[in-house]
Design a binder for this molecule. Sequence first.
Ligand SMILES: CC(C)=CCC/C(C)=C/CC/C(C)=C/CC/C(C)=C/[C@@H]1[C@@H](COP(=O)(O)OP(=O)(O)O)[C@]1(C)CC/C=C(\C)CC/C=C(\C)CCC=C(C)C
Ligand SMILES: [Mn+2]
Length: 348
Amino acid sequence: MVASTAGEVAMSSEEKVYNVVLKQAALVKKQPRISRDLDVNPDIVLPGTLSLLSEAYDRCGEVCAEYAKTFYLGTLLMTPERRRAIWAIYVWCRRTDELVDGPNASHITPTALDRWESRLEDLFQGRPFDMLDAALSDTVTRFPVDIQPFRDMIEGMRMDLKKSRYKNFDELYLYCYYVAGTVGLMSVPVMGIAHDSQATTESVYNAALALGIANQLTNILRDVGEDARRGRVYLPQDELAQAGLSDDDIFAGKVTNKWRNFMKNQIKRARMFFDEAEKGVAELSDASRWPVWASLLLYRQILDEIEANDYNNFTKRAYVSKAKKIAALPISYAKSLIRSSRMYPSKA
Ligand SMILES: CC(C)=CCC/C(C)=C/CC/C(C)=C/CC/C(C)=C/[C@@H]1[C@@H](COP(=O)(O)OP(=O)(O)O)[C@]1(C)CC/C=C(\C)CC/C=C(\C)CCC=C(C)C
Ligand SMILES: [Mn+2]
């Protein structure tokens, strides 16, 4: 908590977001933990609807494969119903992101985002607008997914429309929650917490949030040059100033020692969020641990690549080679066999 000059007590972004985590965890606790593999029940669908729905999910899978090969490969390791649900969530997130980041972004207004939000409300009430919405509409009836993180992601897009600078890490943290921490909160109810996990639901949600934040911080550090060319600086202005840097240095795009030192600290912080996330992966249901480990290790390696590029994230895009991606699979598989709190039940 931070006291303002008027004596009011303002909540930090971390506190605000933690309250969302607590609410999400409480909501999912009301539902039984998913301990078995659910599958589509044809008895509850009208004739013809099932195949339409299958087509809708397949299309979501195709979009996911096209835009995010790594995530897609990860989802192939999941059970069929969970995989389809993650595809549906992925596609909704991607479409939301495209509104402000895609080819038509310059025409997007706050009103368009309001319309997108009412479509979201409709699909949660069983009234999807199109085929891709229909897949998510079905997913939210099968898994205890709440609407709040979806609304919050749209809020992040609103923020992107009106804001291109972040005063400090507190402001950046809130942005990262909106656009990526939310994905963690949307995904846990689908991935499921292991039925014999001793961890609290809050701690697993907190780890999921941390993975979203870590991914987004990494994404920001990878894309500094690209974002600057769009007039955007997603770095804390106060930390830049403390390092003796300004927006002009970013637009100039020169790798100096000041920049290297600044980047070292930013990378350190992103790694701390990855460390926090790691604590929760072992608590996920058996079939979900491997894909989450794989995606965590792969995204985390982008930070190593930024270092390997001598911190030139102005003109060099850090990427993980195919060989390293393949090498991450057995490592993540081995890690997924570790079931921490279940191995030490006395911890609870
Ligand atoms: C297997 C797995 C990890 C599944 C999650 C798949 C999913 C639903 C992804 C949605 C991603 C998405 C399209 C988000 C929209 C906003 C956005 C673009 C965020 C950035 C993603 C990376 O995208 P990319 O590199 O393509 O970026 P560009 O558009 O090219 O700039 C983000 C960096 C955020 C992604 C955040 C996550 C995937 C959160 C992961 C957390 C979990 C799956 C929870 C795991 C649970 C525990 C307990 C740790
Ligand atoms: Mn980016």
